[in-house]
Write a protein that binds this ligand. Structure first.
Ligand code: SF4
Length: 197
């Protein structure tokens, strides 16, 4: 058996991914929605100002537009989601959670509680280093086309790594004009701009 550190990392990530799937699956059974419907609701609640379309969700979750449309139809029928047609272009529509959908999203978010309780037990510095490593790994996977969308500072056009070396808040976001530290590097930022776009 190969015990290289790289293989150990893959196995550890596999296990964590299984834990996340299991916790989410338990929620889906309680609430009566499919895992992907729950993931759409969580995406929409965490990106309230994001102009989310069917194509956005399809790219984000690596699904076909037809699969996304089916899930959206069910969520709309359950009055968890509504379609917003912008005044400037009536051919498109954005997706937004209703009040009922937002309340449900809060309830669903509790799937993370047991995970967070364990994370709280670890020292901040260890978590910051782990978070940075994971974000760099995701960026590398994204650059090689293995992950399509990440929306993290370290691969964002607005990001200036170590813009100043004399402060703890060393990095700079050119869009928000804000300095920040390693621990404040954002993942899943609504204002992210891919360096390749
Ligand atoms: S726009 Fe968002 S992802 Fe990009 S550097 Fe600023 S905070 Fe980070």
């Amino acid at each position: 058996m190969n015990n290289s550190i790289d293989e150990k990392i893959i196995k550890a990530l596999e296990k964590l991914s299984l834990v996340i799937r299991t916790l989410l699956w338990d929620k889906t059974k309680q609430i009566g929605l499919s895992p992907i419907q729950i993931q759409f609701i969580l995406f929409l609640v965490f990106h309230p100002d994001y102009e989310t379309k069917v194509s956005t969700l399809a790219a984000e979750f690596n699904l076909t537009p037809a699969t996304v449309s089916d899930a959206i139809r069910i969520l709309t029928k359950k009055k968890l989601l509504m379609k917003i047609i912008p005044a400037h272009d009536k051919r498109i529509h954005y997706l937004k959670l209703t009040k009922k959908g937002t309340n449900l999203a809060r309830e669903i978010s509790s799937w993370q509680d047991s995970f967070l309780n364990q994370l709280h037990l670890f020292p901040d510095q260890q978590k910051e280093e782990a978070a940075l490593f994971l974000m760099e790994l995701i960026t590398s996977l994204q650059k090689n086309g293995i992950i399509k969308i990440a929306r993290m500072c370290i691969s964002c056009e607005h990001f200036q790594k170590k813009a100043r070396s004399t402060h703890q808040t060393t990095h700079y976001c050119k869009l928000t004009e804000r300095y920040f530290s390693d621990s404040e590097i954002t993942i899943d930022c609504s204002y992210y701009k891919n360096t390749a776009s």
